[in-house]
Design a protein around this ligand. Sequence first.
Ligand SMILES: Cc1ncc(C[n+]2csc(CCOP(=O)(O)OP(=O)(O)O)c2C)c(N)n1
Ligand SMILES: [Mg+2]
Length: 605
Amino acid sequence: MSMKVSDYVLQRLREWDVEHVFAYAGDGINGLLAAWGRAENKPRFVQARHEEMAAFEAVGYAKFSGKVGVCAATSGPGAIHLLNGLYDAKLDHVPVVAIVGQTNRSAMGGSYQQEVDLLSLYKDVAADFCEMVTVPEQLPNVIDRAIRTAYGKRTVTAVIIPADVQELDYSPPTHAFKMVPSSLGMSSSAPVPGEADLLRAAEVLNAGEKVAVLVGQGARGAQAEVVQLADLLGAGVAKALLGKDVLSDELPYVTGSIGLLGTRPSYELMQDCDTLLVIGSSFPYTQFLPDFGQARAVQIDLDPFMVGLRYPFEVNLVGDAAGTLRALLPHLKRKKHGSWRKTVEKNTARWWEVMQRRAAVDADPINPEYVVHALNDLLPHDVMLSADSGSSANWYARHLRMRGEMRGSLSGTLATMGPGVPYVIGAKFAHPDRPAIALVGDGAMQMNGMAELITAAKYWRDWQDRRLIVAVLNNQDLNQVTWEMRAMSGAPQFLPSQALPDVPYADFARSIGLDGVRVEKPEGVLDAWQQALAADRPFVIDFRTDPAVPPIPPHATLDQIEAATAAIVHGDSDRTAMVRQGIKAKVQEMLPGHRHRDDRPGAED
Ligand SMILES: Cc1ncc(C[n+]2csc(CCOP(=O)(O)OP(=O)(O)O)c2C)c(N)n1
Ligand SMILES: [Mg+2]
């Protein structure tokens, strides 16, 4: 039997070591589905509930494995559904390849059923490589370039294959005019900037006395070098959200997350430094970086497209983080660890005490900060964590202390709701021997998480470590947005848009063969985590949490506090609880150990 185009596509994916394709069926890819049958399901077809989830699973797989994530969907609606997940990959710089079907070539241009102009639709999300295969000889080139480009540019690429082309007999490109041969694989590459640029960077870093470092996901793999540099320069190190797992929070000079969801010591580090080194981060919020003119700054980034923005850097080094730091370190002069380092460490230690106390504040019924904080002592050293967009991202960013080989991620740049559960499913396919925990709001759970529990129920028996824990922060509110409305526009909570129905998430889990509990009192929190961590299958914990616990930003300004007050005056449905909780949380920051309250204007804490 001759090999069809669809057989060859799967063969080429196997040759690239692609082990899973997160996908959903449809007649635009029927040819591929039949080929999967002939190929004994290699690479493995992982069936999501929805194409957006398939894309998120591919993103989660890529984020936690470092390998390319591959997803597939049918033409028209399937391809459209993939988009949000693909944008998540694009914005977080994760390599993902989408393979999508299209109507037959004979129907193109005929306003045919499910005919959507996919080349135009995918033009932006797969801007670096988006091709339609119309004759067999375009393969393997189109697949090879899609994978190489996704890896090389850490982005999304797309391959569109019309249904009838999938059914054609495969014939390779020949040694002839207008044929494009292709070959497999590519080496890793770790570019290092030239000596002159390294010396310019060293001059800036040596001249300063108060060095702040910001690391992002691009610094993964450069831990040892970052620690060495921080030691040499007596620096403090803050972490962008996607780089939260790059450096251990057990290091006393690591100030934790930065930004709106960040920590106070990271905020202070940037406010007070005279020198800034950014490594592998495109953290977008300039207002959380030092004032212009306050600090001399150097950036290290692998991607020339991503350097030189976010801050007026004096030196933009384009290079691999570890390699560049190794070349830079010999040019750096050791600084005494004076009052700067001590202040950073003191601020950080104080922050963790505040977190402890905030978590201990009573709430009605459960303080969500306690739910997340309590995990710190229980987390397995090799856990894979995800947080959804919503208030859980705050608690993930602020409360969880990374250590050991822990990994964690969320939708950093698109900040989309919905990836929490599919990310950990993707992560489990990358590392079936590691436990995974997703922190998910009830809104995100209703949007995507519940459906994707069905996917977990379908596959958990294949995982050596069967622990996939979904913790739902059931506050019956789209809480993050409720707080944003209060803080930014002084609007009271608008119940028709914000209130969510209560759903028995744990019962639902049990009804599909998983396990779970509902927790309604703080006394049950630790038990529930322990039960979930000892479970022999995926486990859902439905934590009834208080929507009145405020995610106070590290830089909360008087304006925002006033706006929140206005909301209360205008009548907020849950204002009594909200005010009570807000005041209690503020009091924690003023307890002993808070002698050094910031008195700079606009730096209200
Ligand atoms: C797809 C998408 N829709 C809407 C938003 C805006 N948004 C951000 S957080 C949030 C609320 C999330 O609510 P929930 O999941 O219940 O978490 P909570 O904040 O209540 O803990 C919303 C609506 C978004 N980021 N992404
Ligand atoms: Mg909620």
